[in-house]
Every structure is written in C-alpha cells, then in structure tokens.
Write a protein that binds this ligand. Structure first.
Ligand code: DGY
Length: 325
C-alpha cells in the first residue's frame, strides 16, 4: 500500500489554515503557539516528514535537511527565508516556498507605524501618562520630529519597500531609495529617486531598512554608516536584525550621532529586557511583528499550507523560492 505523505508543522496553527494539508496528508504539529519546537523533536520529525511547515524562528540547516530522507518541501510561513539553507535544499532536490505578497501592506503599515512612533515619541508619551508624570501641559512637552515633507531613504525597494514609499507619498515626503536594481514601477508610482547607498544615508531624515538578509547585506549598517547619517535622522529596521551591527548602532545612539531608532528585528531573537538597545529612550523596539495582523497571519498560514499541498499533489507551488528546481 502507498505510504500516505506526512507533514510536520513547527507551531500550533488554527485548524482552518491547515485544511489544505488535512485533505492530502497525515499532519501533526508542535502543540505550542508561543514556543519554538525543540531541536531534538524537529530532528525526530524530519526522519519521516515529506513536508515541513516552518517559521522564521526555526533553523533549517544542512544537517537537518541531510537527515530527512523523504523531505520534498519546506514551506516557510514568512516572506524571508534566511533561516533555511537554500543551497543545501536545492542540492538535495527539496523545494522551498515562502509567503510573499499577502503580507506586503501589513508589513508596510507596521514599518510606517514604527517610523511615526519614534519620530513623534508615541510610546514615550504613553508611558509618561501611564506613569502619572503628566502634571501640566507645556509647549515643548514630548516634542518630536515632523514626518511630513521630510526625506525618507528606503534601502531595499522590493514589494514592501514600494508599499512604504506609497505611504510616504501621503505624507508629502521626498523619497530616495537604494536597491540591487532600479525599480522603475515604484519610481513611476511614487516619484522615488534612485541614489547610491552613501547619498541615501547622508540625505535622509529616515533611513528605512527593508532589504533581505543575504551574504551581501549582512552587517551593512555599521557604526560608520550611522556616523554618516544626519544627527537629526532616524534609523528604522523592519527587515532582519542581521543587516545591522547592533553594537555600532548602540555606540551611534550613545554618541547622539543619530536621533533615534525604530526596530522590529534583532540579530538574535528573542532579545531580553537587558538588551543594550532597550536602554535608550529614543529607541522604539518591537518583537518582530511586521506581518502580525490576525488577517495576514491567517493568510500566511493558509498559503504556507497550500504550497505544501500543491507539491504533494504534484503541482509546482506558486511561491517557490528555489526556482531552478
Ligand atoms: C517575514 O515574513 O519574513 C516576516 O519577517 C515574518 O513575520
């Protein structure tokens, strides 16, 4: 008798989002929603799994992939896939899928919210009030920086970068961008101007990092880069912590070389409350929630499930990352 495919899901997901998998395979999942699957359980599961539905917090490395004799597909519930060894997967004939497009607007919203929060000191204002410190109105109480009519510099003009640029047009911002290649469509739609990296860093009031983490982008935001920024400028990162030299950023904040930072991502996640970047009042830090709206997370889980179901049924999945397969 033919073996029924087996799929392992590395977090607890709502049943309606895994319906496409239940139709085609035996499915089991790590029972916790708020804790990653332990490595030894993952190692056990890949010995039998035909498919894995993974999260950004899972390290899917060569060792793991090589110990998975039946594995045909890894479907990451994220647009980024730097947690997966794509080269090893491709060599081993394992398809890797992601969840692009459906999270673009949600992530752009959060990126802009982070920018607004740090510029207008929103979390600081909220804790000031909650801490019982508001005794009098004062002309410069918690005065922040304007966002409208300022210059935003977007590093990484992919889908999310372009959606952030679109939001910036509503604030009458001057838009600069830097990317591996020109994005003429975004230029046409938003008036964004392509500039080299140094010019972007020196001219922008908001430097917004949205480039993917790759060997080329790893650690690109160094102390020397922050030093080139205007002292009144803010750094926003909603991509991956690995693009930033966090020690360099902490020095730059300490020396007041920049005005503040909005960070949704960190080099090693999760961070503890002792993390040095949390000690600055001009840093707004979030726990990697760029795409975290209920609607979008449900859509991401559903797409990640569909990607696997397509492979099991013998079709080419829509959101395939290692396309030369
Ligand atoms: C992504 O999709 O890559 C996000 O960072 C996960 O929330």
């Amino acid at each position: 008798m033919k073996r029924k495919p087996y799929i392992f899901i590395t977090r607890s997901l709502p049943e309606k989002t895994i319906a496409p998998l239940l139709e085609v395979a035996r499915v089991s999942m790590w029972e916790k929603e708020d804790e990653p699957v332990p490595r030894d359980r993952l190692e056990e599961e890949v010995e039998q799994a035909d498919g894995l539905l993974t999260m950004v917090s899972d390290q899917i490395d060569r060792d793991l992939l090589e110990s998975a004799p039946h594995l045909r597909v890894v479907s990451n519930m994220a647009v980024g896939y730097d947690n997966i060894d794509i080269e090893a997967a491709t060599e081993l004939g394992i398809l890797v899928c992601n969840t692009p497009d459906i999270l673009t607007d949600t992530t752009a919203d959060l990126t802009f919210a982070l920018l607004m929060s740090v510029a207008r000191r929103i979390p600081e204002g909220a804790s000031y009030l909650a801490g019982g410190k508001w005794k009098e109105w004062a002309p410069f109480l918690l005065a922040g920086s304007d966002v409208h009519h300022k210059t935003i510099g977007i590093v990484g003009m992919g889908r999310i970068g372009a959606a952030v640029a679109k939001r910036a047009t509503g604030f009458d911002m001057n838009i600069l961008y830097h990317n591996r290649s020109r994005n003429r469509e975004a230029e046409g739609q938003t008036g964004a101007r392509y500039v080299d990296f140094d010019e972007l860093v020196q001219e922008s009031d908001f430097v917004v990092c949205l480039a993917p983490l790759t060997d080329e982008t790893k650690g690109m935001f160094t102390y020397n880069v922050f030093k080139q920024m205007k002292k009144s400028a803010f750094f926003i990162n909603a991509s991956r912590g690995g693009l930033v030299d966090e020690r360099g950023l902490a020095y730059a904040l300490d020396e007041k070389l920049i005005a503040g930072a909005g960070l949704d991502v960190f080099q090693e996640e999760p961070i503890s409350s002792e993390h040095p970047l949390l000690s600055f009042s001009n840093v707004v830090a979030l726990p990697h929630i760029g795409s975290a709206s209920v609607e979008t997370r449900n859509s991401m889980a559903l797409l990640a499930s569909r990607n696997i179901a397509h492979v099991i049924k013998g079709y080419r999945p829509k959101a395939l990352v290692n396309k030369e397969q």
